[in-house]
Ligand binder design. Structure first.
Ligand code: 5AD
Length: 454
């Protein structure tokens, strides 16, 4: 009897930033286009891909734990392939293959076009013990994956990468080394993609890039691209991440203020509130300049929600400098802060600072705890002051409890309220009634009106 070959099944598990989530969708798209069935768990898969992050050591140790766990599965099914992709794969390369001999493939962020071929090559060797490990680690100065389709989860929101790589050299950061130089996609293709998404019912897009607002292609810079995206029929909400403060220009702020679909939200990674530390981080702005950007944005968009990233215990950061960071938090009053302890990344300039400059783990932890306390306190104060507002919410998914849904306001605040999961994708108005400090619980304005009338 002729054997029917069933489609190979692939499972992609993603760690890290939104760009990685988007890369995961790209890998799924590339594989689906070559006949793979994409499945939802490793147990169902012939190929398991772990799409990784290298930004901090913690992100990498989690992945090492996860692949060794997957090796348990592979022992039962030796023909299963395990691939490690993305930034950590790029950073560790062959040393990862040595450390985890059960990993069949390491592939960096520029290799995904050849993913099906690489897997095909590995599958040719039917005897698992004879299989040779494969490394695809070239960084391509032109690879921006133009022309390839992502496989996106159905829903009202989509990530749209417009740029890959980074031309900055912040002294703590591994990204330029694992993602290569900045590569921007053409505005025509970005717009065509978003028009296509809108035709499929997507109403919210988030433009993605490592320093997304330094985007430029020919004479189209980021403000211009943002304006065109904002005017695509059917798109009701536009966000972007992650910008560099230096490219938050008056032109950009003008577009944000003028285009109704651009949300009142800005992520503005400050990293530190100390000029000396900022200089040693090679961030190329001062605290005063950063505050000017905040003032510029708030003047044009008074209601804007601003979030940030902060690193504590950068090598050489003094106690006084750390307090300057706390001062910055209190001055700006960010709606949300993502806070990190400095994590040395091999090959980055900061690792070459004098050994005595490195803070002890205990000191770093104490600074982080203090920063979190300050930033959460401010966040809770801001959010408590917003209770009572009525906000437009896009319903994104079901809540933790049955009969509840979770959505986001234009200012990117999460709200939970009663509603049926079938309503994902709808826009509605919600009264913010309570806050945990970080998120809100509310009631739909319609429901409130009905109750009053009854
Ligand atoms: N250590 C700690 N945090 C880091 N980040 C980037 N590199 C490091 C590092 N080596 C943080 C920055 C950045 C965010 C995505 O991760 O705050 O904005």
């Amino acid at each position: 009897m002729p054997q029917t070959t069933r489609a190979k099944r692939a499972y992609v598990e993603t760690y890290g930033c939104q760009m990685n989530v988007s890369d995961g969708e790209l890998m799924e798209g590339v594989l689906a286009a070559r006949g793979y069935e994409i499945v939802g768990c490793p147990e169902d898969a012939d190929v398991v891909l772990i799409n990784t992050c290298a930004i901090r050591e913690h992100a990498e140790s989690r992945v090492l734990g996860r692949v060794s766990q997957l090796n348990g599965l592979k022992r039962e099914r030796p023909d299963m392939l395990i691939g490690v992709t993305g930034c950590m794969a790029q950073r560790m390369g062959d040393s990862l293959l040595e450390r985890a001999p059960y990993v069949d493939l390491v592939m960096g962020p520029d290799g995904y076009r050849s993913l099906p071929d690489a897997l095909g090559q590995l599958q040719k060797e039917a005897r698992p013990r004879k299989r040779k490990q494969l490394a695809v680690l070239e960084l391509e100065s032109s690879e921006n994956y133009q022309g390839l389709e992502q496989l996106r989860a159905e829903g009202p929101s989509a990530w749209v990468p417009i740029q890959r790589g980074c031309d900055h050299r912040c002294s703590f950061c591994i990204v330029p080394y694992v993602r290569g130089p900045e590569k921007n996609r053409t505005p025509e293709l970005v717009l065509a993609e978003i028009q296509g998404l809108a035709a499929q019912g997507v109403t919210e897009v988030t433009l993605l890039g490592q320093t997304v607002n330094s985007y430029r292609h020919g004479d189209v810079d980021f403000p211009r691209l943002l304006r065109s995206v904002a005017r695509v029929d059917g798109i009701r909400r536009v966000r972007y991440t992650s910008p560099h403060p230096n490219d938050v220009t008056p032109e950009l702020v003008e577009v944000m203020a003028e285009e109704p679909s651009v949300c009142e939200q800005l992520h503005l990674p400050a990293q530190s509130g100390s000029n000396r530390t900022l200089k040693r981080m090679l961030r190329r702005y001062t605290v005063e300049e950063l505050l000017q950007k905040v003032a510029l944005v708030r003047e044009a968009i008074p209601d804007i929600a601003i979030s940030t990233d902060i690193i504590v215990a950068f090598p050489g950061e003094t106690g006084a400098e750390f307090h300057e960071t706390l001062d910055l938090m209190r001055t700006v009053r960010f709606d949300e802060a993502y806070t990190y302890k400095y994590s040395p990344r091999e090959g980055t300039p900061a690792t070459r600072m004098p050994p005595e400059d490195f803070l002890s783990p205990e000191e770093a932890q104490a600074r982080l705890a203090e920063l979190i306390e300050v930033s959460r306190g401010i966040q809770a104060e801001i959010n408590r002051s917003e209770v009572g507002r009525v906000e437009e919410v896009l319903i994104e998914k079901g809540g933790r409890e049955a009969g509840q849904v979770l959505g986001r306001t234009r200012r990117n605040k999460v709200v939970v309220f009663d509603g049926d999961i079938s309503r994902v994708g709808e826009y509605t108005r919600v009264v913010l009634e309570r806050t945990t400090g970080a998120t809100f619980a509310g009631t739909e304005a319609l429901a409130v009106r009905a109750a009053v009338q009854a």
